[in-house]
Write a protein that binds this ligand. Structure first.
Ligand code: T1G
Ligand code: NAD
Length: 705
């Protein structure tokens, strides 16, 4: 059994070294080891002081998140922190790497804190639907004041050592990265100064001015109330109010009670699912079996909406970029789109003019594909037309060096067909970015049949360098995200024709936690894109399938959305906020009559159940067909690419929380009027019959082959 906390005494200093790789999470074994070590140091008369450090790359990354939801094991972290604080000998926390959540709470319960210059400190519990539940909400304000403490706990951001020193969170910045050595030196310095035990719970200076503290709490409460249905932020504010109003021990009791409420909230389960899912998606089979190729020079074909954004993403990652366009005019527009992004950053003082020049020095542009001869990877983002894609790939096959990775940013087209159109299909992969490509985190890595594993591994490594969240997807129309989007958007259109208004549907979707609804999204992206897709699909559409013509009617009027001043909503000159449009409702009513539909009213719950059931059912089909490896891949895709509220974990996690039997029952009810659209997923039926949930598939080493 690995020792979780190493204990030794050196020159009257008890050295406690936490050893729980990879990030020294505060598992039960670590808590037991820490408590035992503090007690041993306390009882050992030869010990004059205690030093707590972490081995490996971290001090402590917090409580062991995997333990949440499991039966608690003693000692609790609050008890460990109280024991550290109560120690009658000076305790020093020596921090390197991350000191997050419970890790920073351990450090704050120590009497003094030293950190390396590269240390990162934070209280990110809010990102897990929790709050600092080991005294952090009571000790942080006593050390740094209510405002700074609330900022750390409500943003979840991590700060560096210099900022931590300025705000009084640490006492000293080490001069080298050898934290054990630096920690020992600092302890000796404190002992030589006769530094007393300094308990954080007794600190009052930072919260002395009550009016200032109360003002900070009131401001934070107002902000927290605006955070779209999130549970824990307001609880954090309540805890800091208790820190101001109550004696320490009572404040701790308030914190414990509110922590328990957060622990029981479904948001905690959703956010922790999202945390681990974002790490599991990185582990595609190919990343285990193959080595990525080196990428330094990248070609981008097409400098339009996506090409320019992709070029910026590559430049931001420090890569060399060659932008290719079909003619000089388009090339100039492409370069201008790229430069505009950096001009914006300079204007907001996020980048200096020299910085901008340095970045653009790595950008070259051309209309000649021969310029790509040394590119390690080339990605095309030209028109969504198979003939254009084939023409471009023929050029790439002719000019690119052997071993160059050839990628397509297509949204829907058959990547297998694109790959088979050239002599080296094993080098072709889909890299599906989302608009704006330099901002949106999601990257669908579309794996065609003939691709070689190291090309897939290269794509995942590129995603890491671009700081994207990659999801492995198989080839089908729309891959994971756009395929599911097309289905729940169709469900919305059915509801629209059956009697709901686009505005109440958008409202329901926003109330559920999405940033915007499907009709607002259409107006933002441009209704013409969906119209082009519907036209492209018309030839292969199942003639038995219900088809709602309302959106086509709007597009025939040129009402594409924000870009044309009206779509589903009307937009005042220069405004991005639309107002409901009675002329749209007139078209909706006319189409209902044409379709012979007797409109009916829907409750918000009716709308929500259909919209989500469509999303979940299609998600299950995407998994059963192997397009997505696991349910968590669908969750990460919808959360990072389609605005699905992160605190619900994703559609498949949400389905587990509702209960798959309920979801299937709803689908079967809806199928009574439309059996084709509402054909239940075979996987969903199997899981319900087996009494299992989607999460049971996430644990599988080889996803449900
Ligand atoms: N518990 C369990 N596992 C953890 C973990 C944790 N706290 N942190 C990381 N891991 C796993 C992670 O899943 C991955 O596993 C591996 O470690 C490496 O992580 C009472 C309630 C510290 C910045 O929110 O933000 O304390 O995939 O890939 O990029 O108040 O990990 O290899 O199997 O992310 O170098 C608060 C969470 C907890 C910090 C390092 N703490 N961790 O990033 O590595 S709640 C957090 C991180 C709490 C108390 C409360 C990051 C990191 P695997 P990684 P990294
Ligand atoms: P766009 O019309 O804005 O840009 C396409 C660019 O390709 C144009 O500048 C055009 O001049 C250039 N081009 C066309 N043929 C070329 C050729 N033979 N050689 C070099 N350049 C050529 O289109 P977009 O929205 O950027 O979409 C590009 C691709 O990305 C499409 O496949 C689209 O489906 C996909 N995509 C779009 C989005 C989105 O939200 N717009 C999101 C993801 C993926």
């Amino acid at each position: 059994m690995r020792t979780a906390v190493h204990y030794q005494v050196q020159d009257h200093v008890a050295l406690l070294a936490i050893d729980n790789p990879p990030v020294n999470a505060l598992s039960a074994a670590v808590r037991q080891g820490l408590l035992a070590a503090v007690r041993a140091a306390q009882a050992d008369d030869t010990v004059h002081a205690v030093l707590i450090t972490g081995l490996g790359k971290a001090f402590i990354a917090g409580a062991d998140i995997r333990e949440f939801g499991l039966p608690p094991q003693a000692p609790s972290l609050p008890d460990v922190c109280d024991a550290i604080e109560a120690c009658r000998k000076p305790v020093v926390a020596a921090i390197h790497g991350p000191a997050h959540g419970g890790g920073l709470e351990v450090a704050m319960s120590a009497h003094y804190r030293v950190a390396t210059s590269s240390a990162k400190l934070g209280l990110p519990e809010v990102q897990l639907g929790l709050l600092p539940g080991a005294g952090g909400t009571q000790r942080a304000p006593r050390l740094i004041g209510a405002q700074a403490a609330l900022d750390l706990m409500l943003s979840g951001r991590q700060i560096g050592a210099p900022e931590a020193l300025r705000m009084g969170l640490i006492d000293h910045i080490a001069t080298s990265d050898d934290i054990q050595l630096e920690g020992l030196a600092y302890v000796r310095h404190l002992l030589s100064e006769g530094a007393p035990v300094r308990r954080t719970c007794e600190q009052t200076q930072a919260m002395a001015d009550r009016a200032v503290q109360q003002a900070a709490i009131n401001a934070a409460r107002a902000d927290a109330a605006k955070r779209r249905g999130l549970f824990s932020p307001l609880k954090i504010v309540d805890c800091v109010q208790a820190a101001l109003d109550l004696p320490f021990a009572e404040g701790l009791r308030t914190e414990r009670a509110l922590f328990q409420q957060c622990l029981e909230s479904p948001q905690r389960a959703g956010l922790i699912h999202a945390f681990f899912a974002e790490r599991e998606v990185l582990k595609a089979p190919e990343t285990r079996s193959a080595k990525p190729r080196a990428i330094q020079q990248v070609g981008v074909i097409g400098g339009g909406t996506m090409g320019a954004g992709i070029a910026v993403a590559m430049l931001d990652a420090g890569l060399q970029v060659i932008l290719i366009e079909r003619d000089e005019a388009a090339l100039a527009q492409g370069r201008t789109r790229v430069e505009k992004v950096y001009d914006g950053q300079v204007a907001k003082s996020r980048l200096t003019p020299q910085g901008k020049a340095g970045i653009l020095a790595r950008l070259s542009t051309s209309t000649d594909y021969a310029a790509l001869a040394q590119a390690d990877l080339v990605i095309e983002a030209v028109f969504e037309d198979m003939a254009v894609k084939h023409a471009v790939f023929a050029q790439l096959d002719r000019y690119c060096k052997p071993g160059a990775v050839l990628a397509t940013n297509t949204s829907y087209l058959d990547v297998n067909a694109i790959a088979s159109s050239i002599s080296r299909p094993q080098e072709v992969i889909g890299l599906h970015f989302f608009s704006p490509a330099h901002i949106m985190k999601l990257l669908e890595i579309v794996v065609p049949a003939k691709v070689s594993p190291d090309v897939v591994a290269t794509a995942f490594e590129l995603a890491r360098r671009l700081k994207k969240v990659p999801v492995r997807a198989g080839v089908c129309d729309g891959f994971i995200g756009n395929r599911i989007l097309a289905t729940y958007r169709t469900a919305a259109d059915h509801l629209l024709e059956d009697g709901a208004s686009p505005y109440e549907i958008d409202q329901m979707v926003r109330a559920f936690g999405f940033p915007i609804g499907p009709y607002e999204m259409s107006d933002l992206a441009g209704g013409d894109i969906g119209w082009a897709t519907r036209k492209r699909r018309a030839a292969t559409r199942d003639p038995r399938a219900r088809y709602v013509h309302i959106a086509d009617r709007l597009c025939e009027q040129g009402w594409f959305g924000q870009k044309s001043g009206r779509g589903w909503y009307r937009y005042a000159e220069g405004s991005r906020t639309g107002t409901p449009d009675p002329e749209v409702m007139a078209i909706v009513e006319a189409e209902r009559t044409k379709a012979g539909v007797q409109p009916r009213s829907f409750t918000t719950e009716d709308l929500q159940r259909r919209y989500l059931a469509a999303m979940i059912n299609e998600g299950a089909k995407v998994i059963e067909e192997g397009i997505a490896l696991r349910p968590l891949d669908v969750d990460v895709t919808l959360v990072h690419g389609y605005g699905f509220p992160r605190h619900r974990g994703g559609p498949m996690k949400y389905a587990d929380q509702v209960g798959l039997a309920q979801i299937l029952a709803d689908i079967r009810t809806f199928a009574q009027t439309d059996p084709l659209f509402w054909k239940p997923s075979a996987l969903l039926i199997t899981l319900v019959e087996a009494g299992r949930d989607f999460d049971s598939l996430n644990q599988l080493e080889t996803p449900h082959a």
